[in-house]
Design a protein around this ligand. Structure first.
Ligand SMILES: [Zn+2]
Ligand SMILES: [Zn+2]
Length: 300
């Protein structure tokens, strides 16, 4: 490596450079949660790159009306892409508060208030009925990005998404950021759908045991490789094998040693290997379970 490789200019270049292809998995798996619409390159390129290392299926997650329509359209066009549709927990308060830069430009009436949220939820409900849409989410609670003023809208939206998932018999994809207790409480109050996935699982081992008792799937992202994430590795260690999933949440949460660089589904093998090491099991055995679990969770 040249001596200037650690200089500021090369660090900047490195930050925007796609990490190299990992060694392929021998047993194919699915990226259980990705955002292809936020990644660079075409969908074809992203899927081909992923498939070249054994990531043969992806679940494309919608976060707003526009993204949910895109997810449904993309899943209709590609057999190995499955869609989920939702208003993200940080999107719901924006709709209620009438954010002019968000949903109102997406072909849904502007104005805000609970009526606007209901109108947006009706479109999610319609999309959830499509056959290529396998899940409702990401929904849930996010107390990190949404302040107390958005809590009521967030919880109302979460409850509505649970109802939609149950009525259509689709998986529920949970986004839980700094809101573990309330997410578990709302699920219990509403009655969780038969198949519920905690995406980017962020709890500890004790919460993993609680999720296991309820039969919730736990999907781990690249942050399980981060030095400060021992709680996630403890959760990977205690979660039942049949409830484990893997995801990228790309373009976010790129696994170590590529943290900070662009993430994409082809980096799933890095996270699979980290999880296998934590559990002390063979990479192929874990990949076999992950592949089967994702198909069961999303019923494809
Ligand atoms: Zn999320
Ligand atoms: Zn996501």
């Amino acid at each position: 490596m040249p001596s200037n490789a650690t200089g500021p200019a090369s660090r900047t270049a490195d930050k925007n450079t796609a990490p190299p292809l990992p060694e392929p998995l021998r047993v194919p798996v699915a990226d259980s949660h990705t955002h292809l619409d936020m990644q660079s390159g075409t969908v074809e390129e992203g899927l081909a790159k992923a498939a070249s290392v054994g990531v043969t299926t992806v679940v494309q997650v919608g976060c707003d009306i526009k993204g949910s329509r895109w997810a449904a359209d993309t899943a209709a066009a590609y057999g190995n892409v499955h869609a989920t549709v939702a208003l993200h927990p940080n999107e719901a308060p924006r709709i209620v508060h009438g954010d002019p830069d968000g949903w109102s430009r997406q072909g849904v009436r502007a104005g805000g208030g609970d009526a606007a949220l209901d109108e947006a939820l009706a479109e999610i409900d319609r999309l959830a009925g499509l056959p290529q849409v396998k899940g409702v989410g990401e929904t849930g609670l996010d107390y990190f990005r949404t302040g107390p003023e958005g809590k009521a809208a967030q919880e109302r939206s979460f409850r509505a998404h649970i109802e939609i998932a149950k009525r259509h018999g689709k998986a529920l994809v949970i986004h839980d950021r700094d809101a573990h207790a309330d997410v578990l409480r709302v699920l219990k109050e509403e009655g969780a759908p038969e198949r519920t996935v905690f995406h980017c699982y962020s709890g500890d081992a004790a919460m993993a045991e609680e999720c296991a008792r309820e039969g919730y799937f736990m999907s781990f992202a690249g942050n399980v490789t981060f030095k400060n994430a021992q709680n996630l590795r403890d959760a990977v260690a205690v979660a039942p094998l049949e409830l484990l999933l893997v995801e990228t949440d790309a373009p976010f949460l790129t696994p170590a040693p590529y943290r900070g660089r662009p993430n994409a589904p082809y980096l799933v093998p890095v996270t699979v290997r980290a999880m296998a090491a934590v559990r002390g099991i063979d990479e192929d055995a874990l990949a076999t379970a992950l592949g089967a679990n994702t198909a069961r969770a999303f019923d494809y």
